[in-house]
Write a protein that binds this ligand. Structure first.
Ligand code: GRF
Length: 242
């Protein structure tokens, strides 16, 4: 058996991709070991899946942090090493509001949450961080502290569409509503944009006239469960060039 890389997983919900990664790891189809599972959502079912397999878990409750900081000045709450100008210059996510005050507040609250995440993650050394249904955007503050060597990105995400089509929060829904005849899923490295990082792998499926939004999601998810372990294995075998 080859050396196993350590994988940290971030989730927000059901965790079926997490389960596929755990199962591939436990059956030695994947040279990786899940070393922690973290969620922004305390109710995420994926946390229970992790516990069943004896994997350490923790929660950084973004919603609670956003609520607790509402209306408060954030300058004293942001991490000491947070620099707003740097983050604003690097990020390229489009926001519904162009109000600079709102955008600044967004990055400050996220830095507070991300600093908590980084602190907790510090207890579990990892080679790769995998986003598996993690419904939060990671900002340059966080990304730069994980990708300490810019030539070796080490955050992956799975997205429910054939990128670069249909980035955003409802890839399968957007694919189906557009009337596409082919849908798919994509694993990519995470960069400073939303679903814009370089593509590692994709799988596609046909959408027929009988399909509904539910069957499209089912077809897509089944492919995700194959694709994610395959892409992690490529990194474990050092076969990914950037
Ligand atoms: C998947 O469709 C994934 O592509 C998207 O969120 C969903 C998560 O599903 N980002 P699960 O939590 O892994 O079951």
């Amino acid at each position: 058996m080859a050396h196993k890389i350590g994988v940290g997983v971030l989730i927000s919900g059901g965790g079926t991709n997490l389960q596929a990664i755990i199962d591939s790891s436990e059956s030695n189809r994947l040279d990786a070991r899940v070393v922690f599972v973290a969620s922004d959502n305390p109710g995420a079912y994926g946390l229970k899946r992790a516990k069943k397999h004896g994997i350490p878990t923790f929660v950084v409750d973004y919603q609670a942090i956003i609520k607790e900081t509402r209306g408060k000045p954030l300058e004293d709450l942001v991490p000491k090493d947070f620099d707003l100008e740097t983050v604003l210059a690097k990020q390229h996510v489009s926001f519904p509001s162009s109000d600079p005050m709102k955008v600044e507040r967004y990055f400050r609250t996220r830095a507070i949450a991300e600093a908590a995440l980084l602190r907790e993650m510090g207890a579990y050394p990892f080679d790769l961080l995998v986003l598996a249904g993690f419904m939060r955007i990671l900002t340059p503050y966080f990304i730069d502290r994980v990708n300490t060597d810019p030539s070796q990105p080490r955050i992956m995400n799975i997205h429910p569409s054939l990128l670069p089509s249909f980035p955003g929060s409802d890839g399968y829904g957007d694919t189906y509503r557009y009337g596409c005849k082919v849908g798919g899923c994509t694993v990519h490295f995470v960069d400073y944009g939303e679903d814009t990082g370089s593509i590692i792998g994709q799988k596609a499926f046909e959408i027929t006239p009988d399909d509904t939004i539910d069957t499209v999601r089912e077809k897509g998810l089944k492919l995700e469960w194959q694709l994610y372990p395959e892409c992690i294995q490529l990194l474990a075998e050092n076969r990914l060039m950037v």
